[in-house]
Write a protein that binds this ligand. Structure first.
Ligand code: FES
Ligand code: FES
Length: 159
């Protein structure tokens, strides 16, 4: 089937099998391997991408379900020059170790702060509660997201 959508600001059309997941489409068809696959059944959050502003599990979404949508992956949350405020906060707070969970953490945090730049620690923990990290213990991730709030209040966090 042909599917047309926008990925990281680019209008694209791809030919996919009807049962292909959005995660496999992004990684294998479009080469966007920043989206990670862990559990592949909706538990770990590593595959989270942003679809029309919402954090979505791309392992549980079919590529065809994303037709006509605006998709943002972790690659779309980077800048050519320098780190974004969210990335800089992750680095400052040592919010990643192996980095496997990081794309899902960053996309989830971006979706949250874009809507709720005043989210408190409890809300941040709640939003990230579906994202598993085996390395950091979460405290540093929450601290990074809380620090990045300032940038989202001024729209500087938008990539
Ligand atoms: S790979 Fe999608 S939630 Fe784990
Ligand atoms: S940094 Fe290793 S799983 Fe989170």
């Amino acid at each position: 089937m042909k599917v047309a959508f926008e990925v990281n600001g680019k209008a694209l059309e791809v030919e996919v099998e009807p049962r292909l997941s959005l995660a496999d489409c992004l990684r294998d068809v479009l080469g966007l391997t920043g989206t990670h696959l862990g559990c592949e059944h909706g538990v770990c959050g590593a595959c989270t991408v942003i679809v029309d502003g919402e954090a979505v599990r791309s392992c549980l979404t079919l590529a065809v379900q994303a037709a006509g949508e605006n998709i943002v992956t972790v690659e779309g949350l980077s800048r050519d020059k320098g780190l974004t405020p969210l990335q800089a906060a992750f680095r400052k707070h040592h919010a990643l170790q192996c980095g496997f969970c990081t794309p899902g953490m960053v996309t989830t945090a971006h979706a949250l702060l874009s809507e709720e730049p005043d989210a408190d620690a409890e809300r941040v923990r709640e939003a990230l509660s579906g994202n598993i990290c085996r390395c950091t213990g979460y405290i540093s991730i929450v601290e990074a997201v809380l620090e990045a709030r300032t940038a989202y209040r001024t729209a500087e966090g938008e990539s």
